[in-house]
Write a protein that binds this ligand. Structure first.
Ligand code: SAM
Length: 274
């Protein structure tokens, strides 16, 4: 049960200023609208056209997007989860790739109901309505609902992390605490590595289990699981993650015209037993 009323973030100068609903008007007034129906590639092209001609949209874009689709093709997840759906660009691009590679479902977690509504409309236009589920709410609440309460998932295969940078590490540790990051199974891809807010995420991925256990002695984790004691099976507090997991991780840098950006690609490769 929710205790506090949660509100959507303040409009930012470079997004959430009405441009996302303008995008809908732009797409649905295009003369080639009928051609877009059922075509993820054409809907993506239309969204790219809008952001090239009118206003910047904070989506993954074609360059990084194609690269991540390649990772999806290599990993062939049956279920993929994204944190941060925005107008549905990455959901359309990556759900199409998951579907083309034999997958079953794409779960898009978005906190802002207005963005989720826009994304729902564009996902439907792209013909992916039955493949993509859009969950509205803060990612941590949706993850707990999805993994623990609803589906009772024992692992996550492929997670795309692209919401706010300060949430990358807490949500990674939430997944660790939920015990769904499994060696040889789980891949994490996180966008916006050029932004300083994600340094703690990268540092945690690179630290050894020993270093992480040490870090945990002085940190207070955020637990949405509201457990009174550590999980008896795994022996660690969900809010502090699982320091014993071992990651193989690297940052891929992309040149995007005037700016550079990085995508962190991470595989869970082992688990230390202290
Ligand atoms: N992945 C999208 C794409 O490439 O098309 C772009 C996502 S955009 C960079 C970030 C999105 O994360 C915004 O729509 C924002 O509302 C959402 N967001 C921010 N905090 C969130 C949270 N706690 N849970 C879920 N979504 C969140």
């Amino acid at each position: 049960r929710r205790t506090a009323h949660k509100f959507v973030p303040e409009p930012l100068s470079w997004c959430l200023d009405g441009r996302e609903t303008d995008l809908l008007h732009y797409v649905f007034s295009r003369p080639d609208l009928e051609d877009l129906r059922g075509s993820p590639a054409k809907v993506l092209r239309a969204i790219d056209d809008y952001s090239e001609k009118y206003k910047y949209l904070m989506n993954i874009g074609p360059t990084k997007g194609e690269n991540i689709s390649g990772l999806i093709a290599a990993n062939k997840p049956s279920v993929m989860i994204e944190l941060g759906g925005y107008v549905g660009y990455s959901a359309i691009r990556f759900a199409d790739a998951v579907r083309a590679n034999g997958g079953k479902k794409y779960l898009s977690l978005e906190v802002n109901p207005e963005m989720a509504a826009i994304s729902t409309i564009l996902v439907e236009l792209a013909g992916l309505r039955d493949f993509v589920r859009i969950m509205i709410g803060p990612s941590d609440e949706s993850l707990v609902r999805l993994i623990r309460d609803e589906k009772k998932m024992s692992s996550v295969e492929f997670v795309f992390i692209d919401h706010w940078q300060e949430l990358y590490l807490p949500d990674l540790q939430l997944l660790e605490g939920l015990d769904v990051l499994k060696p040889g199974v789980s891949t994490l891809v996180a966008d916006n590595m050029r932004l300083s807010g994600s340094l703690d995420y990268q540092a945690w991925l690179r630290a050894s289990p020993e270093e992480k256990r040490e870090m945990n002695k002085t940190r207070v984790g955020r637990s949405k699981l509201k457990r009174k004691q550590p999980d008896s099976a795994s022996g660690h507090w969900p809010g502090l993650g699982n320091p014993n997991l071992i990651y193989e991780t690297s940052t891929k840098i992309f040149d995007l015209g005037s700016v550079q950006d990085g995508v962190e690609i991470t595989k869970v490769v082992g688990e230390d037993s202290p």
